[in-house]
Design a binder for this molecule. Structure first.
Ligand SMILES: [Fe+2]
Ligand SMILES: [Fe+2]
Length: 368
């Protein structure tokens, strides 16, 4: 029985967050993936957990932090946007961006006990996570097999991503830097790094200060996308990529079953996330079978209506002979390919599967 004398802010935080507790960790661990399929879970933003029929588990872009939490800094002054921030650079704006986290963090990183590789597409804070890094280093004892060699669970990403993990104290022998074209085998999964089309990462500091007239870094060192080939099908993970013609090239190169695109309603004067029309063009260019928008869940100032994708898809699918279907997902939800490929929309499990398996206990049956 709780007593108000024992309740503190700390006790509230620990008893309430993460909101899903270890529910999803348990669901993933208990899931037996049928032969010829793969299962995945949406962890929010562009975070994915992928599990194969041979119990290979990888996480991509898993992040469990938060966005803005206060209008003020520690000294009590109203915060302004850092002029070096990529959004300030592209917009000339200085008001603080109201990007508050709109969905819960559904997976407890400290309850992760089995994982074969941690991937990050790029270094923006919503795509790479120090908590997961610490939890994997401290809690995951089981080794994995990378390129047919047994080793500790690696952290795989672009040069900038492995530089960031290194700066957090991740040991050198855990880091694998990839560039477009590199292929890594993780037990029964084969991941190919491909070109990112994330123009926002190109204008992200470093370098700090004035960048007018400076040559941009090589995108390939800052961000990569991933093609994940499992025994049950192939996934295209595009990180924060914008729309680009590269999707048609990758659609020719790979036989993609499920593709993900960063969707969002850009604030006025900002171009960062893809719109509904871009998501459909991406699906067509990649020649995917299923096209799933992600990232629109996360930030309060980039929220977007996924019905736009469905309406446009219904309008265009016959005229343009679309060969793919969209799938509108929910954070924390599970997707099994190919079982769920025609579902169009996700709904959380509604429960009560065992209804009336026990006697009801009511004052009188006609209560019902
Ligand atoms: Fe980003
Ligand atoms: Fe992002």
């Amino acid at each position: 029985m709780p007593n108000v004398k024992d309740v503190t802010r700390e006790s509230w935080v620990l008893s309430t967050f993460p909101e899903w507790g270890t529910w999803l960790n348990e669901e993933i661990a208990e899931t037996v993936v049928e032969k010829g399929t793969f299962a995945m879970w949406w962890l929010g933003c562009t975070g994915l957990w992928i599990k194969t029929e041979n119990n290979t588990n990888i996480a991509m872009d898993y992040w469990c932090g938060s966005g803005k939490r206060s209008h003020y800094d520690d000294a009590g002054s109203r915060k302004m946007m850092d002029p070096d921030h990529q959004m300030a650079r592209m917009s000339g704006a200085r008001q603080l961006q109201p990007n508050l986290r709109a969905v819960p963090a559904v997976l407890d990183p400290f309850a992760v006990s089995e994982i074969d590789a941690v991937f990050a597409s790029h270094t923006h804070t919503d795509h790479i996570d120090v908590n997961l890094a610490a939890a994997v280093l401290n809690n995951v004892k089981k080794k994995t097999v990378i390129n047919d060699v047994e080793r500790d669970v690696p952290f795989i990403g672009s040069k900038f991503a492995t530089d960031l993990w290194r700066s957090w104290g991740v040991p050198e022998d855990r880091l694998i830097t990839v560039r477009p074209g590199d292929v890594i085998k993780i037990r029964d999964i084969e991941v190919t790094a491909v070109e990112s089309v994330d123009r926002t990462i190109l204008i992200t500091a470093p370098p700090h200060g004035e960048v007018k007239g400076m040559a941009c870094d090589d995108m390939d060192e800052r961000a990569v996308s991933y093609v994940v080939k499992t025994p049950g099908g192939t996934i295209y993970h595009s990180g924060d990529s914008h729309f680009g013609n590269m999707y048609a090239k990758h659609g020719n190169q790979f036989d993609i079953d499920v593709a993900f695109g960063s969707f969002g309603e850009n604030p006025r004067g900002i171009t960062d996330k893809m719109t509904a029309s871009d998501i459909l063009r991406m699906g067509e260019d990649l020649k995917t079978k299923v096209m799933i928008p992600y990232h629109h869940d996360l930030w309060t100032n980039f929220k977007a209506d996924t019905n736009e994708i469905l309406v446009l898809w219904y309008m265009r699918k016959n005229r343009l002979q679309y060969q793919f279907k969209p799938f509108i997902w929910e954070v924390g939800g599970k997707f099994v390919y190919p079982d769920d490929k025609d579902k169009i929309s996700y709904n959380y499990p509604r429960g009560f599967d065992d209804i009336f398996t026990h006697d009801i206990n009511l004052p009188f049956p006609s209560f019902l």
